[in-house]
Design a protein around this ligand. Sequence first.
Ligand code: FAD
Length: 277
Amino acid sequence: MNKPLISFEFFPPQTPEGVEKLTAVRKQLAVLNPEFFSVTFGAGGSTQDRTMETIRLIHAEGHHAAPHLSCVGSTRDNIRALLLAYKELGINRIVALRGDLPSGMHSIGEFQYANELVSFIRAQTGEHFHIEVAAYPEFHPQARTAHDDLINFKRKVSAGANSAITQYFYNADAYFRFVEDSRKLSITAPIVPGIMPIMKFSQLARFSDMCGAEIPRWMRKTLEGYGDNTESVQAFGLDVVTQLCEKLIAGGAPGLHFYTLNQAGASLEIVKRLGYQ
Ligand code: FAD
């Protein structure tokens, strides 16, 4: 079986120690020859400079770097300036998102949805960037209906997105169904599953409540049962997530995008167990 394309996502560190730690994490993950490392962007621009700086470091190390860019709360001028700065730096892949308005921020700015950002990137920079967008196999929490969400996904691809990365999920069937339904709507872009390794149950439960990703009951009950026993949580997580990845690849997923939370261990171990190291 061919090795699937693998990519890793980081958040921009806040402290010099965080920067140092992430450099070490990248070094560990680089041996897997990833397609790219991506760096998140705090909606409303809260991490704008730190995202750019992290991208600069990754690029300087000779890796492919993909900044995330979320448009909510922003202006055309600001997004244009960021696109040009990234272009000048030699970056050619962007993850284009709407983002969620941070609490306390009231103006959505000049873009309402991610499809508008994708159109804007194409209008400003032509085909320079490979554009990734977000996709939701278990559907975005604000979508009126599942079908509406698929139509909105199609809108982003029609606006010029090249491929998609999904929200994480633990139910492979949701992904396969989503891909099948997308193909029925003539969406041909690759849809790469987002993979969330399990490191801490309380953290995972919090994320999942926020983003609408389901932790299946059998998993939730098992993880709850482990309480503070981190070793058991992580051992269970590695088994479950490795099996999920195996199923996804066997079923035709074009790659795996790991939400690393700036840690190398779990992602490395999963890729090793998959036999891709
Ligand atoms: P959209 O595609 O705009 O969709 C948002 C909602 O609006 C959906 O319910 C959709 O169905 C609906 N919708 C879309 N278009 C229309 C329309 N024209 N009319 C009516 N309804 C519409 N957030 C960050 O802040 N920073 C990050 O770095 C970041 N990285 C992410 C990476 C990945 C791979 C993923 C999956 C998510 C990421 N997020 C990030 C979270 C993301 O910003 C949120 O999930 C956000 O709520 C939606 O962003 P979107 O780009 O999917 O929005």
